[in-house]
Design a protein around this ligand. Structure first.
Ligand SMILES: Nc1ncnc2c1ncn2[C@@H]1O[C@H](COP(=O)(O)OP(=O)(O)O)[C@@H](O)[C@H]1O
Ligand SMILES: [Mg+2]
Length: 482
């Protein structure tokens, strides 16, 4: 009896809760239905916004499609068909051809982001947010995501009022960048490590949740760079020229960087790397006359020839060279260039600033400077007798030193400069009124030059293998004569 009563009560409770939930659902539907009715014009407005946004989405997909073509991929046939159709690229077909959500075979995928630790913001721009992540194995990587607070998202939201759709639209820029990074692998392009689509909530690219995994660098700080030795500033310029040479002859044709600024680069272990690749052009503009091939800069215009095939030939390369000149070379190259190399530096400044040299010639000129700088040939006019003024102590270093500072020094505390040889160090020491000794410890810079430490006096000598101390004879205190 007690049992059947309890069962009946339970049944009544279940029926009641089902009824209540049905009632709530129908009330909700009624409510939303009436809103829909009263705002039908708004709804129409939203629908037309959505179809305008859809157009943009299709455009972006179409723009990316050629980058998906790979010489030995089985997806090529489907892709080529889609390219030929030139229409109707909806998100499901897109997912099929782009294979979203799946990592490239040799790359990191969503699984490597499962146990992400200690995240900090590395930088952000109009389109992307970049954060640092420490992966489970202890490796540090940079993750690029859609910047929800960026100009691209805000503009899209203002125009289309569709959060999901805008995320998707902006994420195509990330997608494009990732595909370009896959195709344009080079020591001066940031290394792509993998990607994950749909990390949050399992959506594909159409959910706008794409995370690109790449090597981590340090954003380029021009102000800081201006205070570093010429050798390091030259390295940045040389890296840039090597990159531009690669881009001119890339597997995708001549690539022009449309948004060319120092903030699109980072430094990884002293090496310059391009990180922002979503705004590039892989085609030269079509033209009918030379007047169609004008390169415009704020203070300078150049008119290039229109080829017989009707393209502004070399325009991408020339744009890259002039941007390298105006954003990098003018600030980094001439200042404190080694005396024996200034004529070569001046020549580069002239030929790039006037667009007289192509990228091959520019790279040759840079490599020649590097060679001369490394070989020390430019120092031939320093006579070996310069070292006669110094006594050398081998396998020794100094302790209790009195340091003086010079600029730009490799050390904040003292005067540490790079030299080709003891001879060049002696020349520098002679030109510093405070200098009475210098030591070479065997430490080298990226070019293989030696780091020399200059001092105003020294406490005493201590043994140290591989290190040499040079004392300026005229400054060594003489024992009092009796
Ligand atoms: N791999 C990276 N390591 C460290 N910082 C980075 C890296 N990639 C980009 N950044 C920083 O994040 C900023 C934004 O990235 P970027 O790709 O330029 O986005 P946007 O396209 O929005 O300009 C860059 O200006 C740079 O300072
Ligand atoms: Mg950028």
């Amino acid at each position: 009896m007690g049992h059947s009563l309890r069962a009946a009560a339970l049944l009544a409770l279940v029926v009641l809760s089902v009824l209540v939930s049905l009632l709530i659902t129908s009330l909700k539907q009624f409510g939303s239905g009436s809103t829909r009715l009263s705002n039908s014009t708004d709804q129409e407005g939203l629908a037309s916004l959505r179809s305008a946004l859809d157009l943009h989405l299709r455009e972006r997909r179409k723009e990316i499609l050629p980058l998906l073509l790979h010489p030995d991929g089985d997806k090529d046939r489907v892709l080529e068909e889609v390219l030929e159709q030139n229409y109707g690229l909806d998100s499901s077909l897109w997912n099929e051809v782009s294979g979203s959500g799946k990592a490239h075979r040799d790359q990191m995928g969503c699984e490597s982001l499962l146990d992400v630790r200690a995240v900090e913001v590395l930088g952000s721009g109009y389109t992307k947010l970049v954060v640092k992540a420490n992966l489970a194995g202890g490796q540090s990587v940079a993750l690029k995501l859609v910047n929800e607070q960026g100009i691209d998202m805000s503009k899209c939201l203002e125009d289309f009022k569709d959060l999901q759709g805008c995320r998707e639209l902006v994420s195509y820029k990330l997608q494009k960048e990732m595909l370009l990074l896959q195709r344009l692998r080079h020591p001066n392009v940031i290394q792509l490590k993998g990607h994950c689509s749909g990390l949050q909530g399992g959506e594909g690219v159409e959910g706008g949740r794409v995370t690109v995994i790449m090597e981590q660098g340090t954003p380029l700080q021009m102000i800081q760079l201006l205070q570093t030795p010429w050798e390091d500033r030259f390295r940045v310029c040389l890296d840039l020229v090597r990159l531009l040479h690669f881009l001119s002859w890339s597997p995708l044709g001549s690539v022009g960087l449309l948004d060319f600024q120092p903030r699109q680069f980072v430094i990884v272990s002293g090496q310059l790397k391009l990180t922002d690749l979503d705004d590039v052009s892989t085609e030269e503009p079509a033209c009918r006359t030379d007047a169609d091939c004008v390169l415009q800069f704020p203070h300078r215009n150049f008119t290039l020839p229109c080829s017989s095939q009707g393209v502004c030939e070399g325009l991408n390369e020339k744009r890259n060279i002039y941007n390298a000149y105006r954003f990098f070379f003018t600030y980094l190259l001439p200042h404190q260039a080694p005396p024996g190399l200034t004529h070569l530096v001046d020549h580069i400044m002239n030929s790039t600033g006037e667009l007289k040299a192509n990228i091959n010639q520019t790279l040759e000129a840079f490599e020649r400077i590097l060679l001369l700088y490394k070989s020390g040939i430019h120092l031939d006019n320093l006579h070996p007798s310069i070292l006669r003024d110094y006594s050398v102590m081998r396998d020794m270093s100094t302790s209790g030193n009195v340091e003086y500072r010079c600029w730009p020094s490799y050390s904040q505390q003292g005067c540490v400069l790079s030299v080709h040889s003891a001879r060049e160090a002696a020349y520098i020491c002679n030109s510093h009124s405070h200098c009475s000794s210098f030591s070479l410890t065997g430490q080298k810079t990226w070019t293989g030059r030696l780091l020399a430490s200059f001092r105003s006096s020294f406490g005493h000598l201590v043994p140290e293998g591989g290190s040499e101390v040079y004392l300026k004879k005229s400054k060594v205190p003489q024992p009092p004569s009796s």
